[in-house]
Design a protein around this ligand. Sequence first.
Ligand code: MSP
Length: 635
Amino acid sequence: MADRTFYLTTPIYYVNARPHLGHAANAIMADAMCRYRRLRGDRVYLLTGTDEHGDNIAQTAAKAGVSPQAYADEISAAFRDTWRRLGITNDDFIRTTEPRHKAVVQAILQKLYDAGEIYFGEYGGWYCYGCERFYTEKEIVDGKCPDHQRPLSFIKEKNYFFKMSKYQGWLIKHLEDNPGFIQPARYRNEVLGFLREPLQDLSISRPKTRLQWGIPLPFDDQYVTYVWFDALINYISALGYPDGTLYKELWAAGHAEHLIGKDILKPHGVYWPTMLHAAGIPLYRRLNVHGYWTIGGGKMSKSIGNVVEAFQLTDKYGHDAFRYFLLREMTFGLDASFSEEAFVGRLNADLANDLGNLVSRATAMIVNFGGGHAPRPGAAIEEDRAVSAALGEAARAVDEAMEDFAFQRALAAIWEFLGVVNRYVDASAPWTLAKDPAKRDRLDTVLYTLAESLRVISILIDAFLPDAAAKIRTAVAGNAPRLADLRWGGLAPGAAVQKVSGLFPRVEAEKSPSPQGKEQGEGSAAPNARIPIDEFRKVELRVAEVLAGERVPKSKKLLKLTVKVGEEVRTIVAGIAEHYEPETLVGRKIVVVANLEPAKLMGIESNGMVLAASHEGSLALLSLEKDLPPGSKVS
Ligand code: MSP
C-alpha cells in the first residue's frame, strides 16, 4: 500500500430506525480499518452521518406524530451517541439536513442542469418505498422488492431525469480498466451484470405534491431532490466541495474509499460514479462491499423487524468482545449469521482463553519470576527465534488482509501468532526453569520473549480490540502504538511489567454449559453445536487430481498444488509440506473443498482446501477407495 492518505466513508444511516447490529457492524468495520491505517502512520479521515430526507422518513415521523426534522434530530443524535459509546473514531458526522450539505447538492444539480445532463420527462415504474428506488422488470421477484419482500407500487409521474443511460459504455470500460474499483470481485461482477441490461435514465426528483421532505431543486421549486441523489453527495459536501481544503486533499487527490453493505451496491456502483463523471468530479478510488448480518438466516433490517439494538449485547459482553465477534465471524463480502451462542463461543475460546489467559499467565510469570521487569535476554535458541519469525509472518499477513478489508483473515493471522506464543509458554515451561538457579539465563530469555510478545500483541490487536490493547500496553511499558514498532526486540530490557488479570472473563453460556476451550479448534464459533444438514450442504467437496506440486519458498509448511477439478485447473495452497514431498503427489486423486472464498497465503492465491486427517503430529490426505474422475462430488 503506497497510498499514505486514506479517506473512508460509511454509508449515511437512514433515520427511520434506531441504530442496530447491522449498522454497528458497518461502522465498526470502518473504524477498525481507520484505526489500522492510523497505526501505519497514514493520514486518515473517517466520515459517517445520517440520511434524513425522503418518503420513508416523512412517513415514519408522521406516524410518530412529530415533524420530520424533530424526528431526524432525535435519531441522528442516537446514532452519534451510539457511535461515541462504541468508540467509533469518526472525524466528522454529516447530516443531510445541514445547510453545508444542501448547498452542495443544489450546486451540483444546477451544474448538471446547466450542462444539459438533466431533463424533464415522464416515467412510470415499480417503486419500492423501502429502497426509495424504481425496480426494473428483471429485478422484481414474484411481484415484490427482492430486498424488502414487499409489494411494489406503480408510480407514474412527471419528473426530472439525469441522463445516466449515456454513461453505460463509459462505466463498463471504467470497471474493466480498473478491476479493483469495486471489491470483492463478486460485486464488481454484479455491477457488470446490471450493465449488461440497458441502463435507464435516473429520476432525480419527486413532486412536492407527493413529498415535501427533501432538498428543493434549484431550477424548479415544485420539486424536491430524490433521496439517493441527495444522499450520495454527502461524501463530498462534508469535505467542503468544491473549494474546501479537505475536498482537495482527500477527494480530488484520489484517496477516497467507500465502505457499504451489499444492499446499496447499485446506487454506489452505478448512480454515484456516473453522477460524478457527468459533473466533472473525480471518482472515488475504491468501493468496498460487505455482506449482511442475519439472525437465523433472515435479514435484520428496520423494515423487516427483528431489529437488534446494538447495545444490548455490547453492554452485556463489552465493546471489544462485540467488535471482535463481528470482525472475526464475517468473511468480508459474504453474509454472516449472528447468534449469542456463537458470540459466547468466540468470546470464551478466542478472547478469554487464547488472549486473556496468555496475558494473565505471561504477566504473572514476569512478575513472579522476573521481579516485575522484562529481564535482559540471553542468547536466543531456535524456539525463541520461531516466535519472532511468527511475528513477522503475522504482521505481513495482517497487512495483506487489511488491504482487502478482510478483517477475518487479519484476526486469524493474529490468532496464529497467539497460538505460537501460547505453545511457546507450554514448551519452555518457565515454572520449571525457575526452580533451577543454573537455568536463570534461559528463564530470562523466556520471560523477555513473553514480555516482548505482549508488547507486539498490544500493537497487533489495537485496531480490533482497542480497550484490551490499551490495558496490555499500560501493563507492559508500551508507547503509543505504531506498526513500525512491530519489529522484534523493541522492548528495552528492564522495562516494568505489571500483572493483568481478567482481560476477558469467561462467560458460561446459559443454554449450553459445556466449556468451549481452544482445544476445540480455531474457526468455528460454537464447535460442539450440531448443525443442520443444510449447513453441511453449503460445503462443496470434490475429487481433485494433482497435476503439479512445489514447495512455497520461505515456508516450512506450505505446498503449492496445481489441481484439476472437473475441467477447471486451479491452485491450492496446502499446509502439508512437513508430511508430503510435492513430487509424490502428482497424479494422485485427493478431496478438496471447492467453494471456499479465495485466500492469499504467502502471496499465493489459494482456491480451495485440501482435506486431510491428523492425529498426534501425523497427517494423512484423504484419497479415494476406487478411481473416479476429478470433479466428482463428495457427499
Ligand atoms: N441511507 C442509506 C445509505 C446512503 S449512503 C449515501 C442506507 N441506510 S441504512 O441505514 O439502511 O443502511 C446503512 C448501512 O447499514 C448500509 O451499508 C447497510 O448495508 C448496512 N446494514 C443495515 N443492515 C445490515 C445488516 N443486517 N448487516 C450488515 N449491514 C447492514 O442504506
